[in-house]
Design a protein around this ligand. Structure first.
Ligand code: GDP
Length: 318
């Protein structure tokens, strides 16, 4: 396949964790110059645990781009061991959120740097440099904007809902606490404003992409640009995680078309899976440019293929 011409230009990509990281890896590999890519990552999942600052999406994206990710889980590190967690469990400490021994080094060093006054975006840049990641990875904000899940059992902190309760409580909505007063991290708005195109990864729309869009200035910065989203819903289900369950609980039939509807007015281009080809006409009523292709990123080659297909299409149909 020929190199997509658009790949010569500047791209911004909005991403959450696992689905976001896989697509980001493909885009990075599809570009002749990975430094032309800026990845803007959700921080709504971030929380403090054992006094340490944990940034699950940022770490998943960085580990994946660096080739350090755990292929079995999609999160955490390859070749991980769990000796610290086992010792914590013996002491009666919390072991519901699994932190591997290698992964702990990231949280320890990040927390040390934060306490010394270094902002999160600089820490992310330093870690990426240490891990050999050439793309620019930015947290959407350096401030704490935790996602709160409104459930039929009341409000739950995101990791309480997602990991401890294994996303079983029924959701009624979401709140991004403090988003309205948060400032985007340095570089975020500049990157979006100067981008030739913005990509939205097949991440969870409600808890990975919406918290990025909730940071003041982000929506305005991408308005009017080519913005291409890839559907995380394939064949009416999420490839992984609670996205389809969330659509249902919020009163919508989960489908690629429902994702397109969710992004109405924001995206100009929408990518849906071959399995959902019959929805293409309906999606075209919502988003002007529609591409049907294989979006299942089951291995590294398929991630790059999907990225190349999307970038070439954006070039043909800007
Ligand atoms: P999280 O923060 O770790 O939950 O990760 P994301 O929000 O970035 O990704 C979760 C979403 O990615 C889910 O809704 C999945 O359906 C979607 N996803 C994961 N793998 C794939 C894939 O190979 N193709 C597509 N189209 N979506 C995927």
């Amino acid at each position: 396949m020929t190199q997509p011409h658009l790949s010569q230009k500047h791209l911004s990509l909005l991403a959450g964790g696992v689905g976001g990281a896989k697509f980001t890896y493909g885009v990075m590999r599809a570009l002749p110059d990975p430094a032309s890519l800026t990845v803007i990552v959700n921080v709504g999942d971030d929380f403090e645990h054992f006094g340490l600052k944990i940034c699950p999406d940022l770490d998943t994206v960085c580990y994946t781009l660096a080739g350090l990710e755990n292929p079995a889980t999609g999160w955490g590190r390859r070749g991980e061991s769990w000796r610290v967690m086992e010792a914590v469990a013996v002491l009666g400490g919390p072991d519901w959120f699994r932190l591997g021994d290698l992964d702990l080094a990231t949280h320890l060093e990040r927390t040390r740097r934060l306490r010394a006054g270094q902002p999160l975006h600089e820490i992310a840049a330093a870690f990426c440099k240490a891990w050999g990641v050439k793309a620019r990875v930015l947290p959407v904000t350096n401030e704490s904007v935790p996602t709160v899940v409104l459930t039929d059992e009341g409000e739950l902190a995101f990791q309480e809902y997602f990991v401890r309760r294994r996303w079983q409580p029924r959701v009624r909505g979401f709140r991004f606490a403090g988003a309205e007063n948060a400032r985007p991290a340095p570089g975020v708005l500049e990157s979006l404003r100067t981008a030739d195109a913005v990509l939205i990864a097949p991440s969870n729309p409600f808890v990975s992409i919406d918290p990025i869009l909730a940071i003041p200035g982000v929506r305005e910065a991408i308005a009017g640009k080519p913005v291409a989203a890839v559907s995380p819903i394939v064949g009416g289900e999420a490839v992984k995680g609670p996205a389809a369950k969330m659509f249902r609980e919020l009163g919508y039939e989960p489908s690629a078309a429902a994702v397109a509807e969710h992004y109405r007015g924001l995206v100009s281009h929408f990518v849906l899976d071959e399995a959902d080809a019959d929805q293409a006409a309906a999606v075209r009523q919502i988003v002007p440019h529609v591409l049907v292709t294989d979006t299942l990123m089951t291995d590294a080659t398929k991630r790059v293929e999907l990225a190349r297909t999307v970038l070439s299409w954006l070039e043909r149909e800007p």
